[in-house]
Design a protein. Structure first.
Length: 197
């Protein structure tokens, strides 16, 4: 896994996504996910295109596919295809100063820590989607959730209202841990299972 130097939250999210994808059994790629009407394969392709967008934005590029209309098929092995994109993102962020005030992202320019956390939020949440859809016991960790919270608090309500990217926030019961609270804030049901789909 490539290291995104100085942006530990992004490295952590990419590692989580890569580990989840590597553990998906081939038949499970068609499984339903918390992303309504999307299979695990479609969520992976969406996440891959989103991450490509974060990497390319730094150099003024854009992905060649629409992440909100992800195709079912990926060319080649899903883990290998994802690794290529994660390496491109890591290479792009390797040239970004940790204190840069304006880093281009698909969401517009953001200070470097928030830009990295936005990419991390996308990768981590979709890793969780795939993990729960394919029966993996790989929860989104509390440390990763803590790293994502600042960007979630700053951007998610705007994205929810303006672009309808996130479902409405869910109630957070007292027994939710920090990661479950983050997922609920992002509109996910932290206790989702395929049986509840």
């Amino acid at each position: 896994m490539a290291d995104t130097r100085g942006f530990e939250v992004l490295t952590r999210a990419h590692t989580y996504l890569a580990e989840v994808v590597a553990a998906v059994p081939q038949p499970a790629w068609g499984a339903p996910t918390p992303c309504t009407e999307w299979t695990a394969r479609q969520v992976l392709n969406h996440a891959r295109i989103d991450q490509q967008g974060y990497g390319l934005a730094i150099n003024g590029g854009r992905p060649d596919s629409d992440p909100f209309h992800p195709a079912d098929a990926l060319d080649g092995d899903p883990a290998a295809e994802l690794e290529k994109v994660l390496r491109q993102v890591a290479d792009a962020y390797a040239g970004v100063a940790a204190d840069a005030e304006q880093v281009p992202t698909p969401l517009g320019p953001l200070p470097a820590p928030l830009a990295a956390a936005a990419a991390a939020m996308d990768a981590a949440v979709h890793a969780w989607d795939i993990a729960v859809a394919t029966g993996q016991d790989r929860p989104l960790g509390g440390e990763l959730a803590e790293g994502i919270w600042p960007v979630a608090e700053r951007l998610v309500d705007h994205l929810r209202d303006s672009y309808r990217v996130f479902a409405p926030a869910r109630e957070v019961p007292d027994d939710y841990d920090r990661a479950e609270a983050l997922l609920a804030f992002l509109g996910r049901d932290p206790r989702w299972t395929p049986a509840t789909a």
